[in-house]
Ligand binder design. Structure first.
Ligand SMILES: [Zn+2]
Length: 401
């Protein structure tokens, strides 16, 4: 059961070898008895692609085209987003299933999704995404962050709903722009870190705040991470401020992030300053990436493919040589896995037998051309060939209807 021999592949574009999976995990030697074999014909073997930041409850995949008349500010977009939930009838369970199925065929096997909690919808979106998570549990890992998209302190009752979300099965405490949305960064961060501490959960904060304001919030986050011994359990998503500060200030913050073990998630946004990825990497900051919302009311584009995301990240950050493109691929696999604290992710003996075979000669080519004809293996089971989900999963498509 779930034993597999994968011949002739190149792990992370290294030397050709065979990979063995027994009982759903990589093993040293060929499993005994009758074993399913596949020929990797020299393709690159990547570990499961890691979507470290998306919003499964907000995509409009398979729904009518949303004519976007929304203004450019974050506040206008938050209001439009909240209206859309009511008016378009976005079913969080169904839409989550659609995105999971779409990206599973491309090798996204691990997803961290922020899911809205607010005083209009309560925790209904959390419950919907939990339903989808349960339905796909054998195929994809889904982590759920209870996310106060519309603000937390400014909307009385939201914090209590976030607590209810954790009790219902959310995994992570989310936060958003503690200064510019809640207008009280100390109280916002004290509240979410206290919630995380009480429930023994990690924290993941959307931080769009610019320049010194963002820097101040990062320092407050680092103080609380240290005080509560949450090294490795805190992620800051976006952290645009890191791309806006002068060299010395930037370097000091990078040092602080590295010292406190705080991971940074960046999507490579085309409209925000590029982050100093090289300096962050050299300092040992864990870097992850994600699609953020795809095909929604915020933005109309995005496929959720994390190899494509590696390309966007590289383009935004001026990464063009082969070593840099390989680094972008690493951020969307190993970096993401470390950032969202996945256990046993990778291609080593003992890790979960999750593999994405990509028809490319080098990692640079895989990122630049993002071939879709991938073979996806989950715990030793072939779930997609040439980018198409296997027939035995066809009944799962019902979940997206
Ligand atoms: Zn987001």
């Amino acid at each position: 059961m779930n034993d597999l021999l994968i011949r002739n592949v190149r792990p992370f574009a290294g030397e050709r070898t065979d990979l063995y999976i027994r009982n759903g995990r990589f093993c040293e030697d060929r499993p005994d008895g009758v074993v399913t074999e596949i020929d990797g014909i020299g393709h690159i073997a990547l570990p499961g692609l890691v979507e470290a930041h998306t919003h499964l409850d907000k995509n409009l995949i398979g729904m009518d085209w949303f004519e976007n008349r929304v203004g450019p500010t974050r506040n206008q977009r938050i209001i439009a987003d909240r209206q859309a939930k009511r008016q378009l009838g976005i079913d969080a369970r169904r839409q989550s299933a659609r995105q999971i199925l779409q990206t599973l065929a491309l090798g996204v096997l691990h997803i961290r999704s922020h899911v809205d909690v607010d005083t209009e919808i309560g925790i209904s979106n959390i419950e919907g995404v939990i339903e989808a998570r349960n339905a796909f549990r054998d195929l994809v890992d889904v982590q759920i962050a209870a996310f106060p998209q519309s603000g937390m302190l400014i909307r009385h009752g939201t914090l209590e709903l976030m607590e209810a979300a954790l009790e219902a099965g959310a995994d992570i405490v989310g936060g958003i722009d503690p200064a510019s949305i809640d207008r009280d960064p100390v109280r916002h961060l004290d509240a979410i870190f206290a919630l995380a501490d009480r429930h023994g959960k990690p924290v993941d904060i959307h931080l769009h705040e610019p320049g010194e304001l963002g820097a101040f919030c990062l320092e407050l986050i680092a103080e609380r991470t240290r005080a509560l011994s949450m090294r490795g359990k805190v992620m800051v998503s976006h952290a645009y401020c890191l791309g806006m500060l002068d060299g010395a200030r930037q370097q000091a913050l990078i040092g602080l992030l590295a010292a406190e073990g705080i991971a940074i998630m960046t999507v490579g946004s085309p409209t925000a300053p590029a982050l100093p990825l090289r300096a962050m990497r050299e300092a040992g900051v864990v870097l992850a990436s994600g699609s953020d919302g795809i095909q929604g009311t915020w933005e109309p584009w995005g496929s959720g493919d994390m190899l494509e995301r590696a390309k966007y990240l590289a383009q935004r950050n001026g990464m063009t040589n082969d070593a840099d493109l390989a680094e972008a691929a690493r951020i969307c696999t190993f970096g993401g896995a470390e950032g969202i604290a996945l256990a046993d992710h990778g291609l080593s003996v003992g890790c979960h037998g999750d593999v994405v075979l990509v028809p490319a000669r080098t990692l640079a080519e895989a990122v630049a051309l993002t071939p879709q004809q991938r073979t996806v293996i989950r715990r030793g089971r072939i779930v997609a060939r040439d980018g198409v989900l296997s027939d035995e999963l066809s009944h799962r498509r019902e979940l997206g209807r």
